[in-house]
Design a protein around this ligand. Structure first.
Ligand code: HMG
Ligand code: MG
Length: 298
């Protein structure tokens, strides 16, 4: 059965912009975040407090958080790999943070320079500090069905990491198909394994559209009871540690799907399309949302 309401987590300003080649200054990012909030988006991942040598695109995250005019009811979240990242996020009053792990050892090494177990160990002080600061923590898992280095990933491995993150205190775990290789069948198999032990309301899906399967995978996930979907306006982004990965599924395309299904989401599609066109122009790249292109061309 489909959910009545879906929470859309906009990751464009982080997952999208972390991998765009055109350098943007903080003011451009702030303008995007304001436009997204104005369109009705209620969760905006607005930056990332990782080592700026690893991801220079996110080096201005402090400036971004300090510059945004916050709209009430909107959660401005940030990615934090370790305590140092958490402290940076806390200093600029991020509303929420996210820790990120992988279901693949090789990807964990490339992305965070450590094993899965070591990445989890780094989260322990983050969870403690977040608890003390009363800040919610989201968990991410990369490579939930496939890894660019290891190939197919067993659902059991994803289950193990998901349980660990929830047991540590993450309020939800976002399942990342980092290289977009999942299909409705493999996503269903994974959600069946997870759903046997974990309530669906603790899970979010984070599909990249590399193979054009993201909307099919989202529909399958909604049918299986997932009600939180990550997406990126204009399909911005990719992944610096997954060669050939395209951006997340475009938020505009997700909204069009939800509208067709009669599912509530609170986002104004026209305003969202304007936000996506503006950032695509600024980046001098095509808008990767099919819906945005079709509606803009009308
Ligand atoms: P490391 O090099 O192993 O870290 O990196 P370290 O602890 O040995 O420290 C090395 C240097 O980094 C030190 O500086 C630290 O101070 C500094 P130095 O003494 O050399 O001058 N450092 C930091 N600086 C600023 N902020 C910090 C921080 N931490 C250490 N937080 C680390 C380990 C995890 C930090 C590094 O590997 C890193 O930054 N990785 C980031 C990778 C990344 O951002 N990937 C993209 C996000 S994940 C993603 O996109 C997937 C997702 O979307 C889901 C999906 O689609 O799959 C979530
Ligand atoms: Mg991602």
């Amino acid at each position: 059965m489909l959910p009545n309401k879906v929470r859309v987590v906009e990751v464009g300003p982080r997952d999208g912009l972390q991998n765009e080649k055109t350098p943007l200054d903080a003011a451009d990012k702030i303008e995007l975040i304001h436009a997204l909030a104005d369109a009705g988006v209620t969760t905006i991942e607005s930056g990332s407090f990782v080592n700026p040598k690893w991801v220079p695109q996110m080096a201005s995250s402090e400036e971004v958080f300090q510059g945004i005019q916050r709209k009430s009811g909107v959660t401005y979240s940030a990615l934090t790999p370790n305590l140092k990242g958490f402290e940076r996020a806390l200093a600029v009053k991020a509303d929420e943070v996210a820790v990120f792990a992988a279901a693949s050892e090789a990807f964990a090494q490339k992305n965070t320079n450590c094993s899965i177990a070591e990445s989890i160990e780094r989260f322990v002080p983050v969870m403690e500090a977040a608890k003390a600061a009363n800040m919610p923590v989201r968990g991410y898992i990369s490579c939930i069905v496939g890894c660019p280095y290891e190939g197919d990933i067993a659902p059991q491995k994803v289950l193990e990491v998901t349980k660990t993150l929830l047991d540590m205190g993450c309020y939800e775990v976002s399942l990342g198909d980092t290289i977009g290789v999942g299909t409705a069948a493999s996503c269903q198999r994974l959600l069946e394994v997870l759903g046997a032990e974990i309530p669906m309301e603790k899970l979010a899906v984070h599909y990249h559209d590399t193979y054009g399967q993201a909307l099919a995978n989202i529909l399958k996930s909604l049918e299986m009871g997932v009600a939180t979907v990550d997406s990126s306006v204009a399909g911005l982004g990719g992944c610096p540690y997954a060669k050939g990965a395209s951006g997340n599924v475009a938020t505009e395309d997700v909204i069009y799907l939800l509208n067709g299904l009669g599912i509530e989401h609170g986002i104004d599609l026209d305003k969202l399309i304007d936000a996506g066109n503006a950032i695509s122009n600024r980046l001098n790249r095509p808008n990767n949302s099919r819906v945005a292109n079709a509606i803009t061309a009308k």
